[in-house]
Write a protein that binds this ligand. Structure first.
Ligand SMILES: *[C@@H]1O[C@H](CO)[C@@H](O)[C@H](O)[C@H]1NC(C)=O
Ligand SMILES: *[C@@H]1O[C@H](CO)[C@@H](O)[C@H](O)[C@H]1NC(C)=O
Ligand SMILES: *[C@@H]1O[C@H](CO)[C@@H](O)[C@H](O)[C@H]1NC(C)=O
Ligand SMILES: *[C@@H]1O[C@H](CO)[C@@H](O)[C@H](O)[C@H]1NC(C)=O
Ligand SMILES: *[C@@H]1O[C@H](CO)[C@@H](O)[C@H](O)[C@H]1NC(C)=O
Ligand SMILES: *[C@@H]1O[C@H](CO)[C@@H](O)[C@H](O)[C@H]1NC(C)=O
Ligand SMILES: *[C@@H]1O[C@H](CO)[C@@H](O)[C@H](O)[C@H]1NC(C)=O
Length: 294
């Protein structure tokens, strides 16, 4: 490959270093998913004269690989940085390309490739490793405040994430989105739908390179909150509890009196348990985690 004319002139009149600067100033950004492999490759240079290639990593510019093309020797420094790169590095002895296998977020950082030969050059790669995303989960809840009782209230949530967006889609249109950059123990985004709604809704978690989707099944998740709503006034709850207690006592009396009718009455008893729902602000319904949709 011929050097560009301006570079040649700089070499001729000034110094090699400036020319290296011309090649090396740009930083190539590389995004990679945790667990994947990445090869740091640059294809603009003539390697024929390159006799030594060095790879360095991080703020301390720790030497991680050395390719001596003249001696036909490749060295990989497995022990640097507490063995962070152990068994994860491969180099191509022809091109000097560095491959990092099974990458983790610990391998995020700046990689430098210095090539010595007739001309020196250096190349930098800014590698960002993204953690795999969990599938968000959707739950419904009954509010203490009953004003929205005609609608089904939903929360899409995800645990322990950073640098993500969480959004609700109706069909293909975005309804709401929340983006965070720091670590979030629990990130949630609400949605309100009518019980009869037949649109398709999905909750999407994404970072810059990947996403995970959970589809909403209204029939499965949404049941009217009316049982709860009718009893959210405290005095009314007490009155109802007293009445239900009386009913239970009466029931026991009836049971003792007529054994044959007891089966039918027992079936009705669980209804009294519904008052417990109102004692907490939100009562998330127990839902089985839906299948991963990938
Ligand atoms: C490159 O490595 C391969 C084996 O990995 C070896 O067969 C070959 O001779 C090497 N070539 C050079 C130029 O080092
Ligand atoms: C990838 O690295 C993780 C630890 O960072 C390890 O648990 C896992 O076994 C590795 N997978 C492979 C295929 O080497
Ligand atoms: C490697 O290249 C960088 C520029 O990216 C330069 O600052 C550094 O001095 C070079 N190191 C060697 C050993 O040539
Ligand atoms: C219910 O919420 C509405 C606003 O959403 C508020 O105006 C009203 O006072 C609340 N009622 C109760 C009982 O908290
Ligand atoms: C999620 O995707 C949207 C567009 O699809 C994008 O604007 C947003 O930046 C992404 N979120 C993150 C955290 O990268
Ligand atoms: C999620 O990623 C897929 C590719 O993996 C892409 O086709 C789709 O548009 C993305 N969805 C969103 C909402 O960003
Ligand atoms: C929604 O859930 C119901 C009940 O669990 C099920 O019968 C139905 O097939 C589900 N619909 C979809 C689209 O998954």
């Amino acid at each position: 490959m011929d050097l560009p004319l301006y570079c040649f002139l700089i070499i001729y009149f000034k110094s090699v270093f400036v020319c290296a600067g011309v090649f090396g100033d740009e930083v190539k950004s590389v995004s990679v998913m945790e667990g994947d492999s990445v090869t740091l490759h640059i294809d603009i240079i003539d390697l024929k004269s390159a006799h030594l290639i060095l790879w360095r990593f991080g703020p301390q510019e720790s030497l991680i690989a050395r390719i001596n093309r003249e001696a036909n020797a490749v060295s990989i420094y497995n022990d640097v940085l507490d063995g962070r790169f152990r068994d994860r590095l491969q180099v191509n002895n022809q091109t000097g390309d560095l491959t990092i296998t099974n990458i983790t977020t610990q391998h995020t950082g700046l990689y430098q490739k210095n090539i010595s030969g007739r001309q020196k050059s250096s190349h930098r790669f800014d590698v960002t490793v993204y953690a795999r995303l969990p599938v968000p989960f959707i739950s419904s809840y009954c509010p203490q405040n009953s004003s929205s009782s005609s609608n089904c209230l939903l929360l899409c949530s995800v645990l322990n994430v950073r640098d993500v967006s969480l959004s609700w889609y109706k069909g293909n249109s975005l309804l709401s989105i929340i983006s965070v950059s720091d670590l979030n123990i629990r990130l949630s985004l609400p949605l309100e739908v009518e019980y009869q709604d037949t649109n398709t809704y999905r909750c999407v978690l994404n970072n810059t390179i990947t996403n995970q989707t959970q589809h909403l099944n209204i029939t499965q998740l949404c049941q009217p909150c009316s049982d709860c709503v009718s009893c959210c006034d405290t005095t009314e709850v007490v009155i109802r509890l007293v009445i239900s207690a009386l009913v239970t006592v009466a029931l026991v009396a009836v049971l003792a009196y007529d054994v044959r009718s007891s089966k039918d009455e027992l079936k009705k008893r669980p209804k009294t348990a519904r008052y417990k729902v109102c004692s907490t602000k939100y009562s998330e319904r127990k839902t089985k985690p839906a299948k991963l949709s990938r």
